[in-house]
Write a protein that binds this ligand. Sequence first.
Ligand SMILES: Nc1ncnc2c1ncn2[C@@H]1O[C@H](COP(=O)(O)OP(=O)(O)OP(=O)(O)O)[C@@H](O)[C@H]1O
Ligand SMILES: [Mg+2]
Length: 327
Amino acid sequence: MEKVLQVGNVTKYYGGGSAVAKALDGISFSVEKGEFTAVMGPSGSGKSTLLNVIATIDRVSSGDIFLGGRRLTEMKERELSVFRRDRLGFVFQEYNLLDTLTVGENIVLPLNLRKTDYRESRRKLEQVAAALEVADQLNKFPRELSGGQRQRAACARAIITDPALVLADEPTGALDSRSSRNLMETFRRMNRSLGSTILMVTHDPVVGSYADRVLFLKDGRVWNEVYRGDRSRQTLYGEIMNVSAALGGEGTLTAEEIDVCEEAGRKRASAADKDANMDGKGTSAADRAAFMEGGGNAATERNGLMCRKGAPAADRDASMEEEVRGC
Ligand SMILES: Nc1ncnc2c1ncn2[C@@H]1O[C@H](COP(=O)(O)OP(=O)(O)OP(=O)(O)O)[C@@H](O)[C@H]1O
Ligand SMILES: [Mg+2]
């Protein structure tokens, strides 16, 4: 397999003197062509810093990064800006579409900057717009689109140049849960049908579960990694919850909270079973068993769905139902 990205023993320090902060601490990993990788980890673990040094937005303090066969760490600023434009695609939390351009003009902008001929630009625009389901939106302005449509347009813009790597930092951060799932389906399509290699930072286990592989960062290093392989998305979700719990990052539960959640889960399961038996509706025991079957720690998975920290009760209920149906 071809390695698109190789990160070798990279450190990144911010500040100086006594105020120095080590954001990356000798991190090493590589990404194969066609891989869809999620990067997760607690706040401050270095996820955005990692993305920024790979994106050539920021410089490493030491170590090497090879991307698409080029050694980024030895390239000059002018070379880097051309490299960024031609070889990388970006999807940010805040869409970053230009308000004064139509959606079509936004998507095709990277090709115009490269002075690609008009006919070729139109052909690529039609191809990516159709693949990402924004073909009907091309003559509108970004403000006339929903958040999900805007983010799909941003994805179309990110892949129109066939970049070596698509980088996304919390791409679902501004979306509701349904739009997040739709966007992740879009990422899967970019990955599977269009062959995009994707490196995506997220703090959301559901979003992470759409990837083929999840890297967990802690204190600026890769602390753990999980591959999906042939397993189901639910199984990967369960593993993400388990690793997150072990990692002790934000959004995970304390031992007491796990106890409370387990008890609530048992009560809920038994109530749902009763309902299902009485009127045949709702989530059946068989459905739940099928969902949990993928492996991992069933209690933790259930906790994750029912007791995601910080989520209001109504959201959690909706989230669980959507989750079980969505799987
Ligand atoms: N420009 C900067 N100047 C100084 N310190 C920084 C800067 N950017 C990041 N840091 C520090 O580097 C560490 C890693 O930050 P980073 O933004 O990469 O974390 P993160 O994993 O993306 O966190 P979050 O999940 O909150 O977005 C943190 O301790 C942070 O305070
Ligand atoms: Mg960040």
